[in-house]
Design a protein around this ligand. Structure first.
Ligand SMILES: C[S@@+](CC[C@H](N)C(=O)[O-])C[C@H]1O[C@@H](n2cnc3c(N)ncnc32)[C@H](O)[C@@H]1O
Length: 325
């Protein structure tokens, strides 16, 4: 990344410290679990891009098709001279389409935890949009980072949160996160976000157990990452990827299941796994349109517009501040 567009990085030791302590704490719980953001190291981010291309993984394809069809309406809803703040920008692929249609955007702020993914995306965007001011922030969006100001006037700050990443949070967590967004974009602000919808269990489980096995490699990479970065000794061949729909909770759960009784060591501490015991690595909540509207309302947002595909598999929603709140 060029000097003028240096990412606002947290200190280099911090991510490792928090990864180490999150893993130690998570493996110590009754249901072992690790926060899903740790799936995204460089390798994980690349694998995620592959998942997006997988035949069985409908969300990316469907969200892109909705954007293709309605991007002009989205640009009109967002309005002119907006500062677009994207949370978990990854490759910024969908953003390219949006940026092409926005009316005189004041700037683009991609916020991404993976430095390599951020750097690559920003380089590509500079090439494609030489006149756009890009202010990358390399940070965890669950921490307090400050939003950089572009040099041209901003009419409205709009948070772009595609990919149904909001579905990785519990509904209460999603409401809390949406509430927090007011601080980033103020009373005139908006949120343009992807929300995956409830559908048949078969389609959902197929999407997260794709025939090419990419999601499995993505999930298992977390074990490799713990070995690589933390010196853990996971036998990665002795765990299996599992994705199941939990209908009571309305979410797809991803797990890494131990194929046998085994002991894993990290920093001299032993973690015991029984055969069939799992580490819970990700949740993907699926919403009804009314269910998500309730979450948004609880967070002081009004659903202004909803765009969906013909099968109602996925939605893109534009939220504005609920003045009645
Ligand atoms: C599901 S991908 C979505 C990427 C892209 N926005 C899209 O819709 O295709 C999630 C992205 O968010 C990033 N990410 C996950 N948790 C994050 C966090 N807590 N803070 C910042 N970035 C995060 C990941 O590295 C990854 O690039």
């Amino acid at each position: 990344m060029s000097q003028t567009h240096t990412a606002h990085s947290p200190s280099s030791t911090e991510p490792h410290c928090s990864f180490r302590s999150a893993v130690a704490a998570g493996l110590g719980e009754l249901q072992k679990q690790i926060p899903c953001k740790y799936l995204y190291d460089d390798e994980g981010s690349e694998l995620f891009e592959e998942i997006c291309q997988a035949e069985d993984y409908y969300p990316t394809r469907t969200e892109m098709a909705i954007m293709d069809q309605y991007v002009d309406e989205m640009a009109d809803a967002v309005g002119p001279r907006c500062l677009l703040l994207e949370l978990g920008s990854g490759s910024s692929l969908k953003t390219r389409l949006l940026l092409k249609h926005l009316h005189e955007p004041a700037g683009y702020v991609p916020v991404e935890i993976s430095p390599a993914a951020l750097e690559q995306a920003v380089e590509e965007l500079h090439r494609r949009f030489p006149d756009l001011e890009i202010l990358p922030v390399c940070a965890d969006y669950h921490t307090d980072f400050s939003v950089p100001s572009p040099s041209s006037p901003v009419e409205r700050t709009v948070i772009y949160f595609p990919g149904s990443t909001i579905g990785n949070m519990t509904p209460d967590g999603a409401a809390e996160f949406l509430r927090h967004m007011h601080a980033w974009c103020g009373a005139e602000g908006g949120v343009l976000l992807g929300v995956d919808l409830q559908k048949s269990e078969h389609v959902l489980e197929r999407a997260y157990n794709d025939g090419e096995g990419v999601t499995s490699r993505f999930n298992l990479n977390l074990l490799k990452r713990m070995n690589r970065e933390l010196g853990a000794d996971f036998e990665t061949d002795e765990f299996s990827h599992q994705a199941v729909y939990n209908s009571d909770e309305g979410r797809v759960e991803m797990h890494l299941v131990s194929d046998r009784d085994q002991v894993v060591t990290l920093d001299g501490q032993e973690f015991h796994f029984r055969e069939g015991e799992s580490i819970h690595t990700e949740n993907s909540y699926k919403y009804t349109l009314s269910g998500f509207a309730e979450v948004a309302r609880a967070a002081g947002w009004k659903v202004e517009k909803v765009w969906t595909d013909a099968s109602r598999f996925f939605s893109i929603q534009y939220l504005t501040v609920d003045m009645d709140d």
